[in-house]
Write a protein that binds this ligand. Structure first.
Ligand code: A3P
Ligand code: MG
Ligand code: MG
Ligand code: MG
Length: 377
């Protein structure tokens, strides 16, 4: 006998078969991750508020000009502790988290004061939310940070977190994101991107700025359920789609603000071959994936310098946000990103992101440009 269970709202597209213990009949269950998605949205939104508070203090003080990075560290750690705490409260079973930060440096001599600041930030966030009647100790906070030490992999479920993606953007007062995804059996099944400084309206080349420059976007996607965006202040969500642009001359592209993170000369060559007219939009973090998912631009190119290994938390949430909005994410060899191999992405040369229509042209331009660049060295 075949049983097919559909989750509400057509949200589930992820099918799994298993055999029942009482009989040999196959059971196909359409997985829904709605509970996990709600928890992820709550965790990322709270963390975004914590980061906003720290960024505001950072920009109002002279710390930035002194280049003292400690407030960034405080926000990174605070965000990780808070997300870890919320997820463990909401979905306690089989908790596993692969996250960027750990408490090693905080446990060193002289780290106590920083840990106390982080603990205060985390407790203030928990209190302001009102749904958890607890106060964390400094040790609880260190443990929450270190619960992000899982290695991930192809078995079971693992949360994947970048507590602040785009730390350099955060320092400059520019774009950053809290990026949270869930892996199930090595596949990304949901993703949430909180982008506190991203305008609610398009940042693309011809983008219309909203009259009051409202910022703060929350993108979220569940496998088979599409991608949605809502203001971080919690008002209603809208479904988003990547651009339908087919003519590369009308396409615009995103790349890292930091030249050290991606070879801008290679992306310019690719853009030239495609005939892209608009200059690149350079912004930090996975806000690029969010912006692309709602059609602000058509292409995202990322070509790290030789020897750099991409981590899963820098792409997991962004990847599902774009693919559920109708986009395609591959490495430079045209292969989908494989999140099942632990902390690192094992990929060829770089990451390319666009819509289905433009991908064949983009892919050819990427291959030609890589060959030309290699020949010129
Ligand atoms: N040399 C390098 N090449 C490519 N990526 C790098 C890099 N050095 C750091 N990164 C990664 O680039 C991320 C930011 O991406 P972007 O360039 O799109 O803003 C950083 O995330 P964190 O800020 O979380 O550390 C970091 O993981
Ligand atoms: Mg990152
Ligand atoms: Mg980070
Ligand atoms: Mg970092």
């Amino acid at each position: 006998m075949m049983i097919l269970i559909w989750a509400p709202d057509g949200a589930a597209g992820y099918l799994r078969s298993s055999s029942s213990s009482s009989s040999s009949s196959a059971v196909i269950v359409a997985m829904s991750y709605s509970k996990e998605l709600a928890a992820a949205k709550k965790a990322a939104s709270l963390a975004a508020r914590l980061c906003q508070k720290v960024q505001k203090a950072l920009l109002q003080s002279d710390v930035q000009s002194k280049n003292d990075k400690s407030p960034v560290t405080v926000a990174d750690y605070g965000s990780q502790a808070l997300v870890s705490f919320v997820l463990q409260q909401e979905i306690p079973a089989d908790f596993s988290l692969v996250a960027e930060e750990d408490s090693k440096d905080l446990r060193k001599d002289g780290g106590q004061e920083t840990v106390e600041r982080i603990t205060k930030l985390v407790n203030d966030s928990i209190t302001s939310d009102g749904s958890y009647n607890v106060t964390l100790s400094t040790e609880d906070v260190l443990k929450a940070i270190d619960s992000g030490r899982s290695e991930g992999g192809s078995q079971g479920r693992h949360w994947v977190l970048d507590p602040i993606d785009g730390t350099k953007g955060f320092l400059r007062g520019d774009q950053y994101a809290i990026a949270l995804a869930l892996l199930d059996g090595g596949k990304v099944v949901l993703g949430v991107l909180a982008c506190p400084n991203l305008p609610l309206t398009s940042i693309g080349a011809g983008g219309q700025h909203s009259p009051n420059n409202e910022v703060g976007c929350l993108f979220f996607a569940e496998v088979g359920g599409g991608t949605y965006m809502q203001p971080l202040d919690g008002s209603s969500a809208v479904k988003v789609q990547v651009t339908a642009v087919e003519n590369p001359e009308e396409a615009s592209f995103f790349e890292s603000y930091e030249a050290a993170h991606s070879m801008h000369d290679l992306s310019s060559l690719i853009a030239q071959k495609l005939g892209v007219k608009a200059p690149p939009v350079r912004i930090d973090s996975q806000a690029k994936y969010g912006a692309l998912s709602r059609g602000d631009g058509a292409i995202y190119l990322r070509f790290p310098h030789k020897g750099y290994r991409e981590k899963i938390w820098d792409h997991a949430a962004g990847c599902i946000v774009v693919t559920e909005a109708g986009g395609v994410v591959t490495d430079a060899a045209g292969k989908p990103l494989d999140f099942s191999r632990g902390k690192y992405l094992d990929l060829d040369t770089g990451i390319i992101v666009t819509n289905q229509k433009l991908m064949p042209l983009l892919f050819s331009a990427v291959r030609e440009s890589i060959k030309e660049k290699a020949a010129s060295l």
